[in-house]
Design a protein around this ligand. Structure first.
Ligand SMILES: Nc1ncnc2c1ncn2[C@@H]1O[C@H](COP(=O)(O)OP(=O)(O)O)[C@@H](O)[C@H]1O
Ligand SMILES: [Mg+2]
Length: 328
């Protein structure tokens, strides 16, 4: 049984400027130990997909619906708020891009870490302290023992982010969602965190959703990747399939003209134009106005999200095989 099952998930926001469909008909599942990447431009619905799963979409402006949203067999949408809170920070954890949003500025880092360990792992004070030091060392914080007494503002941004990662890992979650978690960190620390995450998936069977702008990082870390556009998953597959044999005009656009992630900069290539803000499910491919490889059928027909090869699907009507890497 998959650890996480998402089927037909929709997240709508109602504001005075109208309705936005932040997540539109998203479906995927995740096995224990699997690392799934989420990529796409800013505003494509990556964070909202994560927040919807974690039950963190603000109410009542935001509303999440799904034909199925299950964690370890349990229906998340039907779960009372208290039970959902208990799941978060114990069996599911999320690291946000901005750590100041999640750390309490008036409590020491040590207190915040040991509190989680005492509450969720039921460790006594001394054991929680030992584990807290171990966790800070794991995420590469030097002088961990001394650092326990410090307050969040005494840490640099990168250090705070590492503390957040330590807190997220402290409960040994079955599902970890990292939303641009290492974007602010320098490459050495990033590599250290990535190693740590990979080890966790192998040793503890943790499943990970890794949201990142860095295609190179996703290609190196993840098993599978979902490419998101306008709140939808437009391409999905193993990282090699998607990055060496991109099958959606948008994926191709993100990668630039050379679909060889190992030769490029790893960064998203800017695509001319802006992604649409949608209030209704689209009737044609939402990427059509910006697509370089559109074919006549794109003007008439909404592409089906169809499997190309086993486990590799895309919602695109153009044939992109001429762009595939011959070395793949
Ligand atoms: N609090 C909110 N109120 C209204 N709309 C929102 C809110 N948060 C996000 N959205 C909308 O949801 C869409 C997806 O946003 P998001 O998931 O944050 O994108 P990403 O993480 O891919 O950059 C955006 O187009 C944005 O307009
Ligand atoms: Mg985001």
């Amino acid at each position: 049984m998959p650890l996480l099952e998402v089927e037909g998930m929709r997240t709508r926001f109602s504001t005075d400027r109208g309705v936005t469909l932040a997540v539109d008909e998203v479906s995927f599942s995740l096995e224990p130990g699997e690392i799934l990447g989420l990529v796409g431009e800013s505003g494509s619905g990556k964070s909202m997909t994560a927040m919807s799963i974690m039950g963190l979409v603000p109410h009542p402006q935001g509303e999440v619906t799904a034909r199925r949203l299950r964690f370890d067999g349990q229906d998340l949408l039907g779960l009372p708020a208290r039970a959902m809170r208990r799941l978060r920070g114990s069996r599911m954890a999320m690291v946000f891009q901005d750590p100041m949003r999640s750390l309490n500025p008036v409590l020491t880092v040590g207190w915040q870490l040991t509190e989680v360990l005492r509450r969720h792992r039921r460790l006594d004070r001394a054991a929680a302290r030992r584990r807290a030091i171990e966790l800070l060392e794991m995420v590469g914080i030097p002088n961990a023992e001394k650092r326990l007494a410090a307050f969040p503002h005494q840490f640099s941004g990168g250090m705070r982010q590492r503390v957040m990662i330590a807190i997220a890992l402290s409960c040994e979650p079955q599902l970890l969602i990292a939303d641009e978690a290492t974007t602010a960190l320098d490459v050495t620390v990033q590599a250290q965190i990535v190693d740590l995450v990979r080890r966790l998936t192998q040793e503890a069977g943790t499943a990970v959703i890794w949201i990142s702008h860095d295609l190179g990082l996703v290609a190196g870390l993840c098993d599978r990747v979902n490419v998101m556009y306008a709140g939808r998953v437009v391409e999905s597959g193993g990282v090699e399939d998607v990055f060496f044999r991109p099958s959606h005009g948008y994926t191709l656009g993100l990668m630039g003209s050379t679909p060889r992630i190992d030769r490029g900069t790893g960064r998203l290539t800017p695509i001319e134009g802006l992604p649409p803000q949608t209030s209704k499910p689209p009737t044609l491919c939402p990427f059509l106005p910006r697509c370089r490889v559109a074919v006549p059928a794109c003007e008439n027909l909404m592409p089906a999200f169809a499997e190309r090869q086993t486990g590799h699907a895309a919602a695109c009507q153009a044939d992109l095989r001429r762009f595939w890497s011959s070395a793949a």
